[in-house]
Each structure stands twice: as C-alpha cells, then as structure tokens.
Design a binder for this molecule. Structure first.
Ligand code: ZN
Length: 133
C-alpha cells in the first residue's frame, strides 16, 4: 500500500488528486490491473467526476450542502459535525480505477477527487494497486 497526504484549505472542498494517484502508480511499476483509492476518514470521502470545468465540483458541493444542511435540530452527535459525517457516508470512502499500460484508465473528463467536508485539515489517502493482466 502507498499513502500520500493532502492539505485541504476550505470547510468543504473537492481536491483533484488524480496526479498524486498516477505518481504513486508510476512508483509501483504496475502496468496492468486496478487501483483502489481509499480515504481513512469519517468526515471526508473520495469520488470520480469531471475535472475539466471546476464549476462541476462547486455545484456538487452546493447540492450536498442543500441536501445536508450544517445546522439541523435533529442532530444528536455532540461534536457538531454530523453533516460532514452524512456527506462522507453519501459519497463513499473508496473508488476503483482500472490501470492500462501503466496509466489510470479514466474517461477524458474524469478526475479523482478527495472530498473534504469538515476542513481545513491535514488528511491521508491510501492507494492499493492490484496487478492483473
Ligand atoms: Zn464527528
């Protein structure tokens, strides 16, 4: 397993980590297979979406905020960040990307995004490469 750190700068943020994952793949030397990208946090997540237009990430964060408001009377978790936990649960903690000829085999408009929901914070990302044919 390989790991790298990310520093988020906003309370809610989608950070493109595609290049860091590709660099980890380069270091692994694996040419064919799959990459599992895993976020070991309860108030952050990882997803794949468009990285060509930054407004897409902005709009996703806006939609999540609308679905899961930060303040709600019904919340019981006394740390006060239930919305961040809920968003992380909705988005998920891992993505799988296929590897072809040493490259992440992604769509032209796709990027891997670290999703911060209770930042800014120093975070970790784990990547496990599975070798295949
Ligand atoms: Zn909490």
């Amino acid at each position: 397993m390989l790991s790298f750190s990310v520093q988020t700068h906003d309370h809610d943020q989608m950070l493109d980590i595609t290049e860091q994952v590709q660099q980890a793949l380069d270091r692994s030397g694996i040419r064919q297979g799959a990459a599992i990208v895993y976020v070991p946090h309860t108030t952050a997540a990882v997803t794949i979406n468009e990285n060509a237009d930054p407004d897409v990430a902005h709009d996703i964060l806006h939609d999540l905020d609308r679905m899961v408001p930060w303040e709600q009377q019904a919340y019981r978790h006394d740390e006060g960040n239930s919305a961040a936990h809920a968003k992380a649960a909705m988005v998920g903690h891992s993505v799988t990307v296929l590897i072809d000829q040493g490259r992440l085999r992604m769509g032209r408009w796709q990027g891997i995004f670290f999703c911060e929901f209770d930042g800014p914070r120093h975070r970790e990302v784990h990547v496990q490469f599975l070798s295949g044919v």
